[in-house]
Design a protein around this ligand. Sequence first.
Ligand code: SAH
Ligand code: SF4
Ligand code: F3S
Length: 433
Amino acid sequence: MKEKVFIETYGCQMNVYDTELVKSILTKHKFSIVDKEEQAEIVMLNTCSVRDNANRKIYNRVHEIKKQNQNALIGVLGCMATNFKKDLLDNTKLKIDFIAGPDSYKQLPTLIEDLRETNEKTYDINLSEFETYSDVYPVREKGVNAWIAVMRGCNNFCTFCVVPYTRGRERSRDPLNVVEEVKRLVSEGYKQVTLLGQNVNSYKFEDFDFADLIKMVSDVEGVERIRYTSPHPKDYPTKLLKVMAERDNVCKQLHMPLQAGNDRVLHKMNRTYTKQEFLDLIAHAREIIPNVKISTDIIVGFPTETQEEFEDTVEVMNKVKFDQAFIFKYSERPNTRAAQKFPDDVSEPDKTKRIVECVELQKEHSLESNQSEIGKTHMLLIEEEFSKKNPELAVGRTDCNKVVSFLRNNNKVGDLVPVKITQASPHGLRGLL
Ligand code: SAH
Ligand code: SF4
Ligand code: F3S
C-alpha cells in the first residue's frame, strides 16, 4: 500500500515548481499524491518566508490540519524550514513532524521512513551548492504553461531579503539539459515555457550566460512563447535585451524590480544601482525592445525611509509608468542584514499611507497602459476555455502578459488567436475575435 500524501503550496512560482519536483520524487517511492486533505496520511506544506504574513498563514494551517486529521503526519517544506530551522520542530504548540529545506527534497522518503521507524521528528535543512534537480522530471499540471527552473539560489543579499538564507548560493543547470527538457515539454503539448530562478538572469554555466540560454531555448522548434522570472536589474546587458528583441518567441515583457527610488535607501538595501541608473536602464531597454511592457516590485517603509525619500519612489513610478507593479510594506525578516542593523522604524500608519499612494498611482498607470491597447489586435494564447467569472468568455494572454477575455467561439486551451482589444480596466482587457 502506498502512503497518501497531500501537498499544499505557498509563495512564488519556484515553490509551485518545487512541489512538482517533490511529487515526482515521492511517486517514484512508496507514496501516492491525493488531492483531498482528508484522505492523506501525510500533509506537506511547501512554505514561503518572504514576508511575515506568509508565516502566520502556515501556523494557522498546521493547527487546522491537526484538528481535522489528527493522525496525519505534518511536514513543512521550503523556505520556512531553512529560515526557522529546528525551532519549528521544537515548538511544542505547533506539532510539526518533519521539515525539509529546498535542497533536501530527495531526502523526503528517508526522512519519512526514519520518522515511522523511530517515532522521532526528522529534518534535513542543508543547503547545497550543487543541487539543481536536473535529474528529476517534475509532475506538471496539464495545460499550456510549463515552468522550468534553470538556476536556484541567490548571491545578492539585498539587506531586506531572506531568500539568500533560505535557498542558498546560486547554481545553474547545464543549458543542454534545459534544452532537452524543453523539447520534451513541446512534445507533451506545452506552448509557453517560463524559465525560473531566484535571480534568473544571473544564470551562468561555464561560458554560457542567460542570453545564450534564451537563444538556445528559443531555437527549440515548437516553443510558442518564452518568459522568465525573477530577474535583477544588475543582469540586463545589451546582449540580453537584443536577444529578446530579435526572437519572435521571446515575450516582450521585462520585470525590473525597483524596490525604492531613493539612492540612500537603495544603498542601504544593497540593490547596487542608483535611481538614475535604473531610469537609464529602462530607457535603454525601451529603445532596444520597442513597446516592451515593464513590471516592477516596490517596497515601502524600508527602515529609516523618510516621506521625502519615499517621494523618489513615486517620482520613478511617474517617470517610468510601469505596466504592472507588485507593492509591499517592508516586513522585517529574522536573520537578514536589515533586521540586524536597522530598526524597523517606519510606523505602520506611515507604511499604510505610502502603500495606498503607490497602489492608487499604479492603478492609474495600469489603466493608461491597458487603454493604450484599445483598437490593437493581439495574438492570444488561450489559457482558460471558460472564464470563471463568465462561462461565455474565454481567457487568454498577450505576448506582453496582459490578460484578455473575449466571447468564445469553440476556442480550445492552447490555441493562438487574433483578438482586437475593445475595452480596458486597470486589471485586464476585453476583446473581440
Ligand atoms: N528572487 C525574487 C524574489 C524575491 S521576493 C526577486 O528578486 O524578485 C519578491 C519581492 O518581494 C521582492 O522583489 C521584494 O519587492 C519583496 N520582498 C522581499 N523581501 C521583502 C521584505 N522583507 N519585506 C517586504 N517585501 C519584500
Ligand atoms: Fe532577494 Fe535580492 Fe535575491 Fe531578489 S535578488 S531574492 S530581492 S536578495
Ligand atoms: Fe518565498 Fe522562498 Fe519564493 S521566501 S518568494 S518561497 S524563494
